[in-house]
Design a protein around this ligand. Structure first.
Ligand code: IVH
Length: 743
């Protein structure tokens, strides 16, 4: 946007701001290429909001401010769909697909069309909720759920909060109904669950449920907490003029040819392009094929990509492209003849829930697990599954002896979803499983704090279950990284009474290890050497490793950077702790309380006596260094093996980097984990360096030099100028756009 002096007249300024904000919203959400920072955008947005509040006559329904949502509703209104929202017949094999094409050919033959020219549009079947968006004169006037296909519910207030749903469509016909799927990206889903778990709230079972719940919220602010996305996959009612709408009739309950005429397209693929051109998000990987063989191959490609996508899909949809053929084919019952869903092998299975087992976590939280009759779920035998927490368990109402539905998806731990159909009606069901009155590990009476979804074992320090969790965390790679000690070895040491806490590790001798099963002289000495080497880990890691409630890796770093010594940290008041970046008041109180615990104090004293680093050396600037990555713009995508998104963000921010959410040419580096989707693809396309978690750790230690291409230091560009490092005003250069990813 070219900058010019802002208008003084409120009406003109409001119009100007609407245009500017909308422009930047598009750059961000639709083109993935923001021109301004989040702060600047927020300032413009707030200016518009204030102006509209001061001059209510200037408010307009398509203003970007209207996305934020107004007052909560008391109930959702029913909406009758002008054209029913249809469903899809299924196919699972190449033969079934061929059968579908044969049936269409026969049907068309009866209509006098021989040898039809079938082209099929292949689209992902997104696992979300079908949505109808109605635009009148280009303005979004109503969004409705599918409901039973005939009558849905008005959820306009929530759909307005979805950033990729346009509120205004330039060049739209008088009436336009866009259909598509509202869904939640896996990344957003995980973030929502992480936040809820951190607040002690119950987590959502899967993205679809989370999206479905969000869209039916009465309060749009509650919906906004669960960031929703939208994908357009078709058009319902269209009319060039309001009067024209009444004349519609035809296949989808409306006329496909009508869509073609009004939008000036001849088929479904053209419609998708039209939607894309008019600002709707359309899946980029939609393809067109001309034979059953190619269609099957395309479906198999989607199945193969399924676990790497940024969102859940449960199949592929195949649609006959040509509108005239669609019209001739019509529908049978609720299913159009011209479309079919290729369903993937189910990732759920039904099996017997033998027992609910409770395990104790690092800080005493009790977690329920399901012990299952082993069952094959999409190729993998599953005999244990998570039941999340006791609230989830109660809500699902699964009981030992029930047949239950088990889901295994992507990289997440298998989970029990619900009882199998009709199981809950059985008369001979066992009692509801309740959290145990005694800790399953130490038999200490358990307790349930009011503000938590977890019953806990309060026997800190002495409960062997908690000791094991704390120790296996201490030796783990992300913490003190003691090679040769894993969860099994730690359990062995605890069993033999050789250790109880981290400090005890430093009193171990090779002779003691030799008496344990599985150790020879070499391995025993190696472990002792590894324990010794851990004395060199910086103070921040010790803080994280010891396991203090609320002290994750980042908080450990921030606390170390701020207080520099364990003595200063233990002397800090809750108020002083709360002044640390990322530490809120509640966190500060918990950390303070834990640090005052004499048992925790004793561990630190003994660790210091053993020679561990319990302060930041004078010369070490790293933990407090907030300039190392100054000017570098970083995008995180996918799930990293050990760092949470929040931790990685905080570490980058602490080192001075900017963390943004969309990839553009200005992005300095993309850090990609498991199930990284379109952002990774875009980075690769733009030549933005990509790092994994190890690479990120190196970046945080060594700075942007790790992004330099190997051996690239002497290289000059053909024009004789060094790669733009010296010239780039953004300062995120030193990154050769043609360089291969750094890892
Ligand atoms: S087309 C006339 N396309 O699947 C066909 N549906 O069983 C109507 N879905 O309720 C739907 N992705 O919620 C279509 N690319 C896609 C889809 C899709 C997901 C859902 C949709 C619908 C259900 C059909």
């Amino acid at each position: 946007m070219s900058p010019s002096a802002p208008s003084k007249d409120p009406a003109a300024r409001a119009a100007e701001l609407r245009e500017i904000v909308e422009h930047h919203r598009k750059r961000y959400y639709e083109q993935d290429d923001p021109e301004i920072g989040d702060d600047e955008y927020d300032a413009l947005f707030r200016e518009l909001e204030t102006l509209e509040q001061e001059h209510p006559e200037l408010a307009r329904p398509d203003s970007p401010t209207q996305r934020v949502g107004g007052a909560p509703l008391s109930k959702l209104e029913k909406v009758r769909h002008e054209q029913p929202m249809l469903s899809l017949a299924n196919a699972r094999t190449a033969e079934e697909l061929q059968g579908w094409v044969d049936r269409m050919t026969t049907h068309l033959g009866r209509e006098g069309i021989t040898d039809p020219d079938f082209r099929f549009v292949v689209e992902p079947k997104i696992d979300g909720l079908a949505m109808s968006l109605r635009y009148e004169d280009g303005l979004l006037v109503r969004a409705a759920t599918r409901g039973d296909g005939e009558v849905g519910e008005d959820v306009t207030h929530n759909v307005r909060t979805i950033p990729d749903v346009p509120l205004h469509v330039e060049g739209a016909p008088a009436v336009l109904e866009v259909r598509g799927e509202v869904y939640i990206k896996l990344e957003d889903f995980r973030r929502v669950n992480e936040k809820r778990a951190a607040r002690g709230e119950s987590t959502f079972m899967n993205p679809r449920n989370s999206a479905a719940g969000a869209i039916r919220q009465l309060d749009p602010k509650a919906a906004k907490e669960r960031p929703l996305s939208f994908w357009a996959y078709g058009v319902g009612v269209v009319a060039a003029s309001a009067a024209g709408e009444a004349e519609q009739e035809g296949v989808q309950g409306g006329t496909a040819a009508g869509v073609g005429e009004v939008l000036g397209v001849s088929g479904h693929h053209g419609t998708l392009l039209w939607l894309k051109e008019h600002g709707f998000p359309v899946n980029e990987d939609v393809s067109v094929v001309a034979s059953v063989d190619d269609a099957v191959a395309a479906c198999e490609r989607w199945a193969e990509r399924r676990d790497r996508l940024a969102f859940e899909i449960d199949g592929v949809v195949l649609k006959v492209d040509d509108f005239e053929l669609q019209r001739r084919l019509g529908a049978v019952g609720r299913d159009p003849r011209w479309a079919i869903a290729w369903k993937f092998a189910p990732r759920t299975a039904v099996t017997l829930l033998k027992e609910v087992i409770w395990s104790v976590g690092k800080f005493g939280d009790l977690h329920p697990y399901a012990s299952l009759e082993p069952v094959n779920v999409s190729g993998v035998t599953v005999s244990q599954a998570t039941l999340h927490n006791e609230e989830d368990l109660a809500r699902k109402d699964v009981r030992p002896g029930d047949r239950v539905i088990v889901l295994r998806a992507g990289d997440v731990i298998p989970q029990v979803i619900s009882p199998a159909p009709h199981e809950a009606e059985r008369e001979d069901r066992g009692p509801k499983p309740a959290p145990p009155a005694l800790c399953p590990s130490c038999k200490h009476p358990t307790e349930k704090p009011e503000d938590s979804v977890f019953t806990r074992c309060p026997n800190r320090g002495r409960c062997p279950g908690q000791q094991w969790q704390l120790l296996r965390h201490y030796v783990s790679r992300g913490a003190m990284d003691i090679e040769g000690l894993g969860e099994k070895q730690v359990a062995q040491l605890l069993d033999k009474g050789l250790v109880r806490n981290a400090a005890d590790l430093y009193d171990l001798t090779a002779e003691q290890l030799l008496e344990l099963e599985g150790y020879g002289e070499v391995s025993a000495n190696r472990v002792i050497a590894a324990i010794d080497a851990s004395k060199e880990r910086p103070f921040a890691r010790v803080l994280f490793g010891v396991g203090i409630e609320e002290v994750g890796e980042i908080t450990g770093r921030n606390l170390a950077a701020r207080f520099r010594t364990i003595d200063a940290l233990r002397a800090a008041t809750p108020e002083q702790l709360a002044a640390t970046p990322g530490v809120g008041e509640k966190m500060a109180r918990i950390i303070h309380e834990r640090l005052q615990d004499p048992a925790v104090g004793e561990v630190f004293d003994r660790l210091r006596a053993a020679g561990l680093q319990l302060e930041v050396p004078q010369t070490e600037g790293d933990a407090g260094d907030n300039t190392l990555l100054e000017g570098l713009t970083v995008v995180l995508t996918g799930t990293l093996p050990s760092l949470t998104r929040e931790d990685a963000t905080q570490r980058l921010l602490a080192a001075g980097a900017r963390v943004t959410s969309s990839v553009s040419k200005k992005t300095g580096v993309v850090v990609a984990g498991e199930a990284a989707g379109s952002k990774l693809e875009k980075a690769e396309r733009l030549g933005v360096p990509v790092l994994d978690e190890d690479g990120l750790q190196r970046l945080l230690r060594e700075g942007p030099s790790v992004l330099e291409p190997v051996g690239g230091e002497d290289e000059t560009h053909p024009d004789g100028v060094a790669p733009d490092a010296a010239r780039d005003p953004e300062g995120d250069a030193g990154v050769d756009p043609d360089a291969p990813p750094a890892d």
